[in-house]
Write a protein that binds this ligand. Structure first.
Ligand code: ADP
Length: 396
């Protein structure tokens, strides 16, 4: 019987899944359930070149998974539940506790719930999904893969904020970072493509999608990353501001007569490319508007390039130079002009983009032969990482 492993990415009202056959690592199905807990939940299941869609009310995550398993069986994607060898779950906040992926027993699930303060929309939903899998598929291993684990190797000087130390001691207020699974995957892949041992490389990974973060990877370990206590910090993003002076918040809040929750919501949902351009949070729309002469869209894009370039500069300083720079995620993989805009004028640092080679959306080396720093674009694959960790920890 073939073995199948789920990679699950659950949010507060959505659940994305991929099903892998192992050991071949072939994706046999993937899909999405949206609007969980709301009326008219939407289900999409892709398999074998087909697409199944349904609209019905799904009240919670357990019902969603029950429904999904039944549907997968009906569609003959999973002939028998015994084929399911385990499930891997993306978990947003692992705090200081989860330094690597973990097999999830009751104690670990409780820990995921305890960390809800660090990811209020995500961790509780993820814990519910894990419990549902354990209930519906008893005895099958469930593994947690944490966005933060890869960054737990950061030194104190990178993760502490310059605020009274007691806030760290009392409340674990510190930088945690995010997108760790993606940064780890593309760093490892870049080392493979370079034909070198990752222990011998200094790599700067740029994960730029709707959300985005830049990471300094030294010898395979994250030593600094642009996201902070939450994913609001760092570079300009689709709707998130990235770094701002905290005093600006107080100033705007007084002027607009809004409270801190409203202000943080504006920084999360109404800022970034969207707030600057007034056009969209989607880079394709902003690029189109800029090409059509929209001045604010042009400025938004300039700022986007600028913030990423500055983080690359910081990490060149932190690492003492870099051997490799990698671009990944929606914008990093697909926007040719973005990569060019970010790296323009960095030849002084030994970074030479090959403009011809850069005309790609696939995995490729995009630096010149004479460039001291190798530059790659590498499609990220967080699901594959989740499945690999599940197979390893679940003894599948
Ligand atoms: P998420 O962070 O939600 O996973 P993605 O990694 O899918 O997001 O990235 C979404 C972003 O990628 C959007 O801003 C989208 O415009 C951008 N993107 C996708 N394709 C292109 C393209 N061809 N050119 C420019 N930007 C693109």
């Amino acid at each position: 019987m073939s073995k199948k492993v789920f990679a699950i990415n659950a949010g507060s009202s959505s659940l994305k899944f991929s099903i892998y056959e192992v050991p071949s690592e072939e994706v046999i199905s993937s899909g999405l359930i949206e609007r969980i807990g709301l009326a008219d939940s939407l289900v999409t299941i892709k398999y074998d070149g087909n697409k199944f869609e349904d609209k019905l009310d799904i009240a919670d995550h357990e019902i969603a998974i029950n429904y999904l398993l039944e549907k997968l069986n009906e569609l003959d994607i999973i002939a028998d539940y015994d084929e399911i060898a385990g499930s891997g779950h993306r978990i947003v906040a692992g705090g200081e506790h989860f330094k690597s992926s973990a097999l999830l027993g009751e104690e670990e699930i409780q820990k995921v719930e305890d960390l809800a303060e660090f990811a209020p929309l995500h961790n509780p939903a993820e814990a519910k999904v894990i419990r549902a899998f354990q209930k519906l598929l008893p005895g099958k291993p469930t593994v947690g893969v944490f966005d933060t684990s890869f960054h737990t190797t950061m030194p104190e000087k990178a993760y502490l904020y310059s605020v009274p130390y007691k806030y760290y001691e009392d409340y674990q207020a510190r930088r945690y970072g995010a997108h760790g699974t993606s940064h780890k995957y593309v760093a490892q892949r870049a080392a493979e493509l370079e034909g070198k041992n990752i222990e011998d490389l200094k790599i700067i990974t740029c994960h730029v999608g709707n959300g985005g973060s830049i990471t300094a990877v030294d010898g395979g370990k994250s030593v600094d990353t642009s996201m902070g206590f939450t994913p609001l910090a760092g570079i300009t993003m689709g709707t998130r501001s990235g770094d701002v002076d905290p005093s600006l918040l107080q100033y705007i809040m007084k002027k607009e007569n809004i409270d801190i929750d409203q202000m943080i919501n504006i920084l999360n949902k109404e800022s970034g490319l969207l707030g600057l351009s007034g056009v969209s949070s989607d880079m394709r729309d902003v690029e189109e508007a800029a090409n059509g002469g929209n001045e604010r869209a042009k400025v938004a894009i300039e700022i986007y390039y600028d913030r990423v370039k500055k983080y690359i500069g910081q990490y060149l300083a932190v690492l003492g130079g870099a051997d490799v720079i990698v671009f990944t995620a929606g914008v990093g993989e697909n926007s040719i002009t973005f990569r060019q805009g970010v790296l323009e004028g960095m030849e002084w640092a030994g970074i030479e983009l090959d403009k011809e080679a850069n005309q790609t959306r696939d995995e490729a080396k995009i630096s010149t032969a004479s460039s001291k720093v190798a530059v790659y674009t590498i499609p990220t694959d967080e699901e594959l990482m989740i499945v690999r960790d599940t197979v390893a920890l679940g003894n599948i």
